[in-house]
Design a protein around this ligand. Structure first.
Ligand code: ARG
Length: 700
């Protein structure tokens, strides 16, 4: 068997060396001459190496060595890392051990097997045969090297392993620890909470977090750490591993670590940076903080006199806004403007955006004057301030207020004088109609035999005068309208050219309109002279038949109402009753029985004549008395209007109101004052609607 021995020697150690390197994934080793007895004085070593990530399993299929106390003669020794197995003998005893059915398992990927024999046992024992194989290490389960353990998840594969991390973590470049990306945390709210990732569970390793709180200048931030505070620390060196640092402007706080909460930290800054560092080991709960901020304080605001502020607080700070209002009836005066409400804001410097203005009482100012009226102040000192009352009235006697509502106006908070019904509109004063101040002197005679009218007794009478001589009469209605006869203002009827008399009228500049006059040819102090502004004839005026012989003259401005100049009332509803034989007064400066003109205004008093009777009289003469006409006069004649009286008023006294109203305007007749003839007048009632439309005049 020497040959076999040699063969084994040659195979393993051709130069006489006794080392054999084995690198396969599996293999076999055996004692020389196996299964024959092994030689003496052997010292053989097999170095088995398998790839990293594997371990070696060694199994003895046969084992038969010389037994000796503590294997001091022959033995097989297996070494790997701290593993040391020594086998010898034929069976395990107190002092010897054989591998038996067990296998030897290394922790690492190398194994050294040494076989030693002494000098005296040649061929008495058969030796050993063993088989080895590489088997995978499950690093995830075995955790051989504490430093190489995966932080979160471990994945084994044949020959190695790899680590992965939970969601939102990333694997550190050491391929083991899981860190977080936490450098971009910016907080701009005035308060909030910040904590280490996963707080109060272990925070990530190998991480550098940055948290920034950025508020507007003017705020200061305070931090309050939660009680659970736990960062890896060191008994001697301040925070060498994990730490938290706070930078607030030029101030720095920390580093903080250990398990004692830093509690409250007043940073006195509006911008702070919190850095949190963790190293690659440790298992600590981390930290949590609440941040709050307060603005720089501003001085306490007090409401202005006669004003209020909102909100009322004991202290105010940056960004706080305060609304300032004046009490009702008061206003701010700011650069000449009146301002309703006012807002100030606490600025970062700790001052208010502007000073508190003063509240000034509202002044409605002098109330607008009332035409033909006057103002009464309710206060003795003519106050025009908020809450003051005034009252408008019309000048008594001549004027009456258009409205019967109360005309008290109050100075309101909007700065206007306001009436409950009319708002800011003023009432209007209208002249009283049909009420002469001067009573007529008593007793007859007539126009054609009329009587002279005392000055001012018929204050509505109007003279139309050309070259100083009256040619027609008229009546004042309202304050700027005269009613007269259309034929006074149109060319005489021309059968060859009928349109001329109907549609063309004389020039307004060719005559004067005179009020307040009594004398026929002499100027008087009481008179008011106008040029008409406009002539408006009744649209149905017929120059040939004298139908609707009525016209209106508009004055350029209002007349002044005096004892001598006053309007006549229109025959509105309250005046509408007029019957045959009712007495009327006709007045004018017309001719007396077709010859001389009188020295002063004359009047006659005559009865209304039945319409049919008048119609019959004139139809016999071939002239038509139409429905828009009304007749008056005496059957025996005598009292009648005459040339020059045209357009003048025929008036009647309303017994109920004791006011005079206009019945008709002098229009035509056959001769003057002859018997069985009557004067014909345009019936004002028939033209009332047209008058209203044109003049808007109503009785007052
Ligand atoms: N047409 C006359 C005039 O121009 C007035 C006629 C009145 N005559 C009469 N008898 N009532 O003045």
């Amino acid at each position: 068997m020497g040959c076999f021995w040699l063969f084994v020697l040659c195979l393993f150690s051709p130069a006489g060396a006794n080392f054999t390197e084995l690198t396969g994934m599996f293999g076999q080793i055996q004692s020389p001459n196996y299964p024959e007895g092994y030689p003496s004085d052997l010292d053989l070593t097999w170095n088995i190496t398998v790839p990293t990530g594997f371990r070696i399993k060694l199994y003895f299929m046969h084992f038969d060595l010389e037994p000796s106390y503590l294997c001091e003669y022959d033995y097989v020794k297996v070494v790997s890392d701290d593993l040391l197995e020594t086998f010898c003998g034929r069976e395990s005893t107190d002092t010897e051990r054989i591998p038996g059915q067990e296998f030897v398992l290394t922790k690492s990927n190398t194994m050294t097997v040494t076989f030693k024999t002494d000098f005296s046992n040649e061929e008495r024992f058969t030796g050993f045969e063993a088989h080895y194989s590489a088997i995978d290490i499950d690093e995830c389960v075995e955790k051989l090297d504490e430093a190489l353990v995966c932080d979160h998840f471990c994945h084994n594969f044949i020959g190695g392993f790899y680590c992965s991390c939970r969601f939102s973590y990333i694997l550190h470049s050491d391929n083991r620890t899981c860190k977080v990306e936490c450098r971009d945390n910016v907080f701009t709210e005035k308060s909030g909470t910040i904590s280490s990732p996963d707080y109060p569970n272990s925070y990530p390793k190998s991480s550098d977090c940055l948290y920034r709180i950025e508020l507007e200048e003017g705020f200061t931030i305070s931090l309050e750490f939660a009680d659970i505070f736990d960062l890896e620390d060191h008994p001697d060196v301040p925070c060498p591993y994990d730490y938290l640092k706070i930078k607030a402007g030029i101030n720095e706080f920390g580093p903080y670590c250990g398990d004692k909460s830093p509690g409250k930290v007043n940073t006195n800054s509006s911008s702070i940076h919190i850095t949190f560092h963790s190293d690659d080991s440790g298992d600590n709960q981390g930290w949590k903080l609440t941040f709050t901020s307060v603005g720089n304080p501003c001085p306490v605001v007090h409401p202005p006199a006669n004003g209020t502020i909102e909100p009322v607080q004991e202290q105010y700070s940056f960004k706080d806004q305060v609304q300032i209002r004046c009490n009702t009836g008061f206003k701010f005066v700011k650069g000449g403007d009146e301002v309703e409400a006012y807002q100030i804001e606490c600025q970062k410097s700790g001052t208010w955006s502007s000073s508190i203005p003063t509240c000034k009482v509202i002044d409605c100012g002098t109330p607008r004057p009332l035409e033909d009226g006057f103002i009464t102040f309710h206060s003795t000192d003519n106050r025009t301030l908020f809450g003051s009352h005034i009252e408008y009235s019309c000048h008594a006697i001549y004027y009456r207020m258009e409205t019967e509502l109360n005309t008290t106006y109050t100075c309101m908070e909007n700065g206007f004088w306001v009436n409950d019904e009319l708002g800011t509109d003023l009432p209007t004063c209208q002249p009283v109609c049909g009420k002469p101040r001067i009573k007529p002197s008593s007793i007859q005679p007539k126009i054609a035999q009329g009587r002279a009218v005392s000055k001012g007794a018929l204050p509505w009478i109007t003279m139309l005068s050309k070259n100083g001589i009256p040619f027609c009469g008229g009546s004042l209605i309202g304050q700027k309208w005269i009613i007269t006869a259309a034929h006074c203002l149109h060319p005489p009827y021309d059968p060859d050219n009928p349109n001329l008399s109907n549609f063309q009228h004389i020039n307004v500049t060719s005559f004067k309109v005179i009020l307040g006059r009594q004398k026929t040819l002499r100027k008087e102090e009481t008179e008011q002279v106008f040029r008409a502004k406009r002539i408006i004839s009744h649209p149905c005026y017929n120059g040939s038949t004298f139908e609707f012989d009525i016209a209106l003259l508009e004055l350029p401005h209002k007349v002044t109402i005096t004892d001598y100049v006053m309007p006549i009332c229109l025959p509105e509803n309250s005046f509408s009753t007029l019957r045959t034989d009712d007495m009327v007064i006709v007045s004018g400066w017309g001719k007396q029985f077709l010859h001389s003109i009188p020295e002063t205004l004359m009047e006659i008093e005559i009865p209304i004549v039945d319409h049919d009777k008048c119609k019959n009289v004139y139809s016999q003469l071939g002239r038509q008395v139409t429905d828009d006409m009304i007749c008056a006069g005496l059957k025996q004649g005598g009292s009648d209007a005459c040339q020059g009286d045209s357009g003048g008023p025929m008036v009647a006294l309303d017994n109920e109101t004791n006011r005079w109203f206009l019945v008709g305007t002098v229009s035509w007749g056959d001769g003057c004052g002859e018997d069985n003839r009557y004067g014909v007048y345009s019936d004002v009632r028939k033209s009332l609607e047209w008058i209203h439309n044109v003049t808007k005049v109503k009785n007052f």
